[in-house]
Design a protein around this ligand. Sequence first.
Ligand SMILES: O=P(O)(O)OC[C@H]1O[C@H](O[C@H]2O[C@H](CO)[C@@H](O)[C@H](O)[C@H]2O)[C@H](O)[C@@H](O)[C@@H]1O
Ligand SMILES: O=c1ccn([C@@H]2O[C@H](COP(=O)(O)OP(=O)(O)O)[C@@H](O)[C@H]2O)c(=O)[nH]1
Length: 747
Amino acid sequence: MTNTPEPDDLYVDQAYDMVVVSNRLPVDYREAEDGSTEWRSSPGGLVTALEPIMRAADGAWVGWAGVADREFDPFERDGISIIPVPLSAAEIEDYYEGFSNDTLWPLYHDVIAPPSFHREWWEAYVRVNRRFAEAAARAAAEGAVVWVQDYQLQLVPKMLRESRPDLVIGFFNHIPFPAYGIYSQLPWRSQVIQGLLGADVIGFQRAADAGNFTRAVRRLHGYTTRGSVIEVPDEDGGVRHVVARHFPISIDAAGFEELARRPEVQERARQIREELGNPRTIMLGVDRLDYTKGIRHRLKAFGELLRDGRISVEDATLVQVASPSRERVETYRQLRDEIELTVGRLNGDHSTLGHQAIAYLHHGYPREEMVALYLAADVMLVTALRDGMNLVAKEYVACRFDGDGVLVLSEFTGASDELRQAVLVNPHDIEGLKDAMVEAVAMPKKERTRRMRALRKRVRDNDVANWSATFLKALTGSGAVAAGIPDTLSAAVRTLAGTERLLVALDFDGTLAPLVDRPEDARATERALAAIRRLAAIDDTRVAIVSGRALDSLGQVAAAPSGTMLSGSHGVELKLDTGPIQLDLREAELANLDRLAEIVDTVAAGSEGAWIERKPAGLALHTRRLNAADGLALQQDARRRVSAELLGITVRSGKSVLEFAVRSSDKGESLNRLRQHMGASAVLYVGDDVTDEDAFAVLEGSDVGVKVGQGKSLASHRVRSPEEVAELLDRLAEEREQARGGASGWT
Ligand SMILES: O=P(O)(O)OC[C@H]1O[C@H](O[C@H]2O[C@H](CO)[C@@H](O)[C@H](O)[C@H]2O)[C@H](O)[C@@H](O)[C@@H]1O
Ligand SMILES: O=c1ccn([C@@H]2O[C@H](COP(=O)(O)OP(=O)(O)O)[C@@H](O)[C@H]2O)c(=O)[nH]1
């Protein structure tokens, strides 16, 4: 793109490798009463989060310009190519204010307000989603990544997949996804789920949201889900793997800190304190004027503290920024009236000439002013009743480079999953909220600093660049993987080596052992085995091999030193320290197993080159010796016949293999059991296949996941081949020995 592009340059069909689609563009078109016009920053956290990424990506942003009945040519702003999608006044009413903000928004926020269901709103939602999908399809280059944002556009992934199967499609839901009991009220619940399943990766703010979504998929469509992987049947009788998991969004932490360090912003913070009469404590709330934000609860608690004399207006002022939002939706209008009535009453009852109880500001402020407010505030109050993330909480923390300030944070925000050192509150519990506010006001400096230091580290470690990189990596894989061990992985291994109790869990085929045609010929590389032996000899260090193979077959090829734990048949079989855990199949499972074998035998018999591997609770149809098309056709045939006849069979596809099991487990479950068994404080998991994704999905905290080779993955690191895996294990053994002061004889 040139620096001064013409609209025609910007709207070259299929020109962009990266396209973001969201209801709102980063800028809204505004027309003042005097007829002057301008493009202004849009409200809300979605735009705050995506702007820095788009500036860096040289992609296109498809969205609505915030006004009715206006068509705009594409244009460029701050280095982002903007492609506006027009909406009529009626569509804004039915699709945006109606279905998005009066049906989905209250439903997805735990029905804090009652959702309305209207068929004509749904029809407008479908129509407008189609328009966004068409605009994105037009902008996206062959094989481009299209990243669809939020609840207003849940049908776009499926529409896009139908018109452009070449695209890689991601979806991120910025708001919560509700429990099935609530979600199931939606009359169009199946269509919405199907719309979302058009994506390759569906991201949520919290693990709980992703769990609610996969449960809804199972309940409504009966699709197999394993950890975060959903098997979506396609028209050819095969399956597509869709990943649904949490990717907590964040902010440009360094950018906020940089602003906060500017002398003029600090000066403005001092000025704000002065203008408020220099109260001892300033409490701050910053929210869109939305019923999900718990502003009423906050005001109630503050009012009661004043009434009961636990704080006084001389001591504390509450600054409440309530930025205008969705003002044509009735619930929002009512909320504004209620809040302004409450603020008026409280000020009337408690303010003095010199000290105002509440400074209420019904405005949207630019970022510099927000940062000055954060610096001026001793206590930040985030009391949302339900909030996807709440970026304000993270922004406050990022700005407090002075290490001071206290964050009071609702446990019903996504942010509370990460910001554990905040003063966590249940805003429905008014007494608890009052106590937390008093605790925050009175918190000793040492305690404030301790908490703020931990909070700041968390926000810096997962900033918005990290969020988008993690999402996009899961979506696209990382292309060609370079030889050797990347620096980031070396650093992660160094840290891991220092952990108290280390579990090294390794897939076998394709990870420790290069892939071969005959499974019985597979062997781990010598270097990997030597490293495993070294690791197994170190205190508080255990190695596990986690395979899809039956335990018997794994035992024959693994040649692992004694003390190595084994997990076979994707976790159905485990050998820990006391011999294999017995598999007592029920009668019905045994009958299923017999019939399964008959069906798949018949399928395999028709093809030379296919073979069947028997397992205690299932079997695997191997098609590695067939060409890709024949292999796939054979697998589809087997899948069709099995699903037509047998119920409750777990089917999973791997590299040139289709597996059937009468009892279900996955490598994620298996890894959790191994972790528990040895009480591991951190885990290294290395794997190459789709079934290893279940294990990557359960990694947490200081765990390290390494994917071998290309392809979509949840692992944060990659190496190219089993040779690199061996090198990695070698290094880990080295570092661990050093950290532990040498080997010490565990066998
Ligand atoms: O576009 P509006 O209708 O004016 O609403 C503004 C945005 O509000 C919501 O923000 C959410 O995204 C944030 C970033 O992920 C998150 O922190 C917050 O908890 C969410 O509520 C909405 O999801 C966006 O689509 C709107 O643009
Ligand atoms: O007057 C205001 C009020 C809010 N914000 C920004 O709006 C975003 C709000 O995001 P959050 O995730 O907290 O909530 P949302 O409004 O998206 O539900 C944050 O980046 C705030 O800094 C702003 O720029 N000016």
